[in-house]
Design a binder for this molecule. Structure first.
Ligand SMILES: [Zn+2]
Ligand SMILES: [Zn+2]
Length: 141
């Protein structure tokens, strides 16, 4: 039979002397989790820890901001011709949309769709035709 060793009840002084983690003063802990000699040292250490966490948190935020900024800096390209788009929400450049617009004249669905896309960019029928004439896109077809 192995005799189970009973844990002796802990009293002050059972852990010997410990150096305070804040002021490095030697002190006698009441229990083994004590790291600081007094409440003030514990509070000061806690404040410093919180400040350190805040610095870390701020660094994390600025890092993720930078990452997001770099992502938005990558310009999207026109799905048809590959030209850089000024707006990341766009899928086609104006030139391609206008060309498609001319091609779609006479087709009902495609024309409707392109009219809507161009309208969302602020182009009404007159403006579309003006752009087309200005670019002389009509000659290409
Ligand atoms: Zn202390
Ligand atoms: Zn294009």
């Amino acid at each position: 039979m192995i005799k189970k060793q009973l844990k002796p009840k802990l009293k002050k002084g059972d852990f010997g002397m410990k150096a305070c983690k804040w002021c490095e003063k030697e002190f006698e802990p009441y229990h083994c989790a004590c790291k600081y000699c007094c409440k003030e040292c514990a509070e000061k250490a806690q404040k410093q820890q919180i400040a350190a966490w805040q610095v870390l948190r701020r660094e994390e935020i600025s890092k993720s901001r930078k990452r997001r900024y770099n992502e938005t800096k990558i310009k999207k390209k026109c799905r048809t011709c590959g030209a850089e788009l000024p707006n990341n929400n766009q899928k086609w450049c104006l030139d391609c949309l206008l060309k498609e617009y001319i091609k779609s004249i006479g087709t009902s669905q495609g024309h409707q769709r392109l009219t809507v896309i161009l309208a969302s960019r602020g182009y009404d029928k007159e403006m579309i035709m003006a752009e087309i004439n200005e670019r002389k896109l009509n000659n290409e077809y």
